[in-house]
Structure formats: structure tokens, C-alpha cells
Design a protein. Structure first.
Length: 393
């Protein structure tokens, strides 16, 4: 059995260095890593660093922290989402601070772990820790040798991992030594954000072109697309490519893709997620990142555009529950119409079967601005969600 005995002096010295930086952070840990919180709070000066610390340990608590149920509770993407929520909360605290304290550098830290328990675990013991700042998204992952340490030693190791990522987010070079066993290896992913991405995350601009690569943060300085394909593209698949090709042929216009980093009930996409999705697109494709979570917002950013959508999406646009009430829904559709936008609708498989535009109950104002690609020209029954699940199984 391995014994992990950290030096209290080295831990305290590292925390003191963290407290000496101007960075302030919000930290959340689930499944492990909470010892890092006590280490940060035990060294004098914690009030200069820690804005908030949370341990959303139970599944409902983590879902409440994230605002959505993650596909997997212990994976790098979940740690990054936790860190992004922390970053947003830290930004909000900074905005509410006295004017003398404005301008703090802030960071969100997220840790999700699956460690030794009082019952056997089928999966590996592992930890994923992430940091989100305005300049970068950082993830450290570590799979522990199962059964080689007691729970307390696993906790200490993960706490050291958390403190190291906190130090990196604070701009420090010093790291605590990790007592790794043979075969254990820390994996790190760091995605630095160009200035335009930073402005988008901070809400200083509504849209940027991600590819072709552009330093422009102001979409008014580039030509507005006529044909826009919004989506998460997680992942981009052959169905998307076929839809784009048919739409381009139908309307005789190039297709430009759009991904919103903002979502009504989720944290924004982090930089690692943005980079991964942008890298899927072929050379020559144009991709926009926006903060337009709704089609009312998209229609304002892309006036006069035709949006490529599935039958499920056009149904949501017509659903009052996404607006609050029927009057707000009608007003939203009226704004889309006023912005000169239209929709090109593709049929989609749903729980009740394949649905095309004629099958849908839509308000007349919305139906008037919809055209369709008939099912005989396009039918693709595999979703991005199904592809993700197949890839992960």
C-alpha cells in the first residue's frame, strides 16, 4: 500500500503564494478534492483569493450547480462545465464589488472525481480538474491505480492536483509534487483563447467568425451570410453535411455555420469545446461563434438570412413554453419576421415518427416564412446524441 504524506510546510507555502496573487476564484468539487478548499482557507489571506467554495456532492446538487444534468458525472467536460459556472459567478462577484476592487483577474475551478468508497467500484478511480479564466481553459486528468491507496491518500493526491491548477490559473510556476505510482500519468489540456474569443465570452461582442480564422470581433465589418446553419455540431456528421449541400443547391448560396456558446439553461461553451468543434469543419467552411441562444437573437445578428433547421427546432420556435407565454411567443416570431429571416426546414425522426413541415402545427406567421426540403430528398435518422453515445460506449 502506498503512503502519501505531503509536507505541511510545502502546502502552506504554495497556498500563501496563491493568496499573494490578485486572482480571485470560485471553486467547486464533487466526488473528491474538497481537501483543497480547507487548505486554501487554513492559510491566512484566503479572503483575498476565495470568493466562494462549494461541494455539490450529491447528483442533484451537481445538477443544480451546472443548471443541467451532465451526460457523465466524472469526465473532463463536466469538470470544465463546473469551472465555467465558477468563472461566471466570479465575474458576477467582481462586477458587484466596490469600485476600488474592480478589475480583479478571476478564475473558476471545477473538480469531479471518483475515488475509493465503502463499496467496490466497477470503473477506474480518477479525477478531472479544470480551470477557466478569460484567457484559457485548462484541464488536468489523472487515473489512479485502483486499490493501491486508501481513500485518504487519494483525497490528498487530488487536493494537490486542485491546488496545482489553482496556482496555474493564478499565473504561478510553482507546483506541488504529485506522489504518482508507476503507470500513473497526469494528462493536461490547455486551450488559449484569441482576443476575439475572450471578448465573446465576456459578452463584449455578440458574434465572431471562427473559420476562416479572423481577428475581427465586430461582425458588422464583414459581409452578412444569406444562408446560416445553426447547431451544436457535437459532433458534426454526414447528415449535417448533406443538409448544407442540399440547402446551398436549393438557394444557390454558400452555407455558413453558427454555434452559440450561450444556452438558455447551460453554462457557455469553454475554449476547449469551442476549439474542438471548430476543428471539425473542412478548410474553406465558414463558422460563426455567437452568444445568440435564441432565434430572435440570431435574426438580429443575421438579418435577412435563411436558417437551416430541423422539424424539431422549428417546433420549439413555435412553442410558448420557450418564451414564457403565448404573447411573448407571438412577439418573438414577429421580431424574426421583421428582421427579414426565413427557415428552410428538414424533416426529423421524433418519438412519434418522422415529421416533416406539413405535419407540424405552426402559427401562420411562422409557417409563411418556412420552406422545406421534402423527405424524398433528405432523410437522416441518426442524431449527434446517438453518435456521441456510440463513440463513448
Amino acid at each position: 500500500m502506498s503512503s502519501f504524506v505531503p509536507s505541511p510546510e510545502s502546502w502552506a507555502a504554495q497556498v500563501a503564494r496563491i493568496h499573494a496573487t490578485p486572482t480571485r476564484l470560485v471553486l467547486a468539487a464533487t466526488g473528491g478534492g474538497s481537501r483543497a478548499i480547507s487548505e486554501l482557507l487554513e492559510v491566512p489571506g484566503a479572503s483575498r483569493t476565495v470568493l466562494e467554495a462549494s461541494v455539490p456532492y450529491a447528483a442533484p446538487a451537481l445538477i443544480a450547480w451546472l443548471g443541467v444534468k451532465p451526460e457523465h458525472f466524472c469526465e473532463p467536460r463536466t469538470a470544465r462545465a463546473m469551472a465555467m459556472v465558477g468563472f461566471q459567478r466570479a465575474c458576477a462577484y467582481a462586477a458587484e464589488a466596490d469600485s476600488t476592487d474592480c478589475g480583479w483577474p478571476v478564475a473558476g475551478i471545477g473538480c469531479t472525481a471518483s475515488l475509493a468508497s465503502d463499496r467496490p467500484k466497477r470503473g477506474p478511480h480518477r479525477a478531472h480538474v479544470a480551470a477557466q479564466t478569460v484567457a484559457m481553459t485548462l484541464t488536468h486528468s489523472l487515473e489512479l491505480s485502483k486499490g493501491r491507496r486508501p481513500r485518504a491518500d487519494e483525497e490528498r493526491l487530488v487536493a494537490a492536483l486542485v491546488l496545482n491548477i489553482v496556482a496555474e490559473a493564478c499565473g504561478l510556476d510553482d507546483r506541488l509534487a504529485l506522489d504518482l505510482l508507476p503507470g500513473e500519468r497526469e494528462e493536461t489540456t490547455r486551450t488559449a483563447a484569441p482576443p476575439a474569443w475572450q471578448e465573446l465570452l465576456l459578452g463584449k461582442t455578440e458574434a465572431i467568425r471562427a473559420c476562416p480564422a479572423s481577428a475581427e470581433a465586430d461582425p458588422t465589418s464583414v459581409a452578412r451570410p444569406c444562408l446560416v446553419f445553426p447547431g451544436a455540431f457535437n459532433p458534426l456528421h454526414d447528415g449535417h453535411r448533406h443538409m448544407a449541400a442540399l440547402a446551398s443547391q436549393r438557394l444557390r448560396s454558400p452555407v455558413e455555420f453558427e454555434i452559440s456558446i450561450a444556452n438558455v439553461d447551460k453554462a457557455p461553451l469553454d475554449y476547449t469545446e469551442m476549439r474542438g468543434r471548430a476543428d471539425q469543419f473542412e478548410r474553406g467552411a465558414t463558422l460563426w461563434f455567437t452568444r445568440a441562444a435564441t432565434f430572435v437573437q440570431k435574426s438580429r445578428i443575421f438579418p435577412g438570412a435563411t436558417f437551416i433547421v430541423g422539424a424539431d427546432t422549428i417546433t420549439r420556435i413555435a412553442d410558448p413554453c420557450y418564451y414564457g407565454d403565448d404573447a411573448a411567443c407571438q412577439a418573438g416570431i414577429a421580431r424574426i419576421v421583421a428582421n427579414g429571416c426565413r427557415f428552410l426546414v428538414f424533416g426529423r425522426r421524433t418519438e412519434t415518427g418522422f415529421q416533416a413541415l406539413p405535419d407540424l402545427r405552426l402559427p401562420e406567421a411562422l409557417r409563411r416564412i418556412c420552406d422545406e426540403i421534402p423527405a424524398e430528398d433528405f432523410r437522416h435518422d441518426v442524431s449527434s446524441t446517438e453518435l456521441r453515445r456510440a463513440r463513448e460506449s
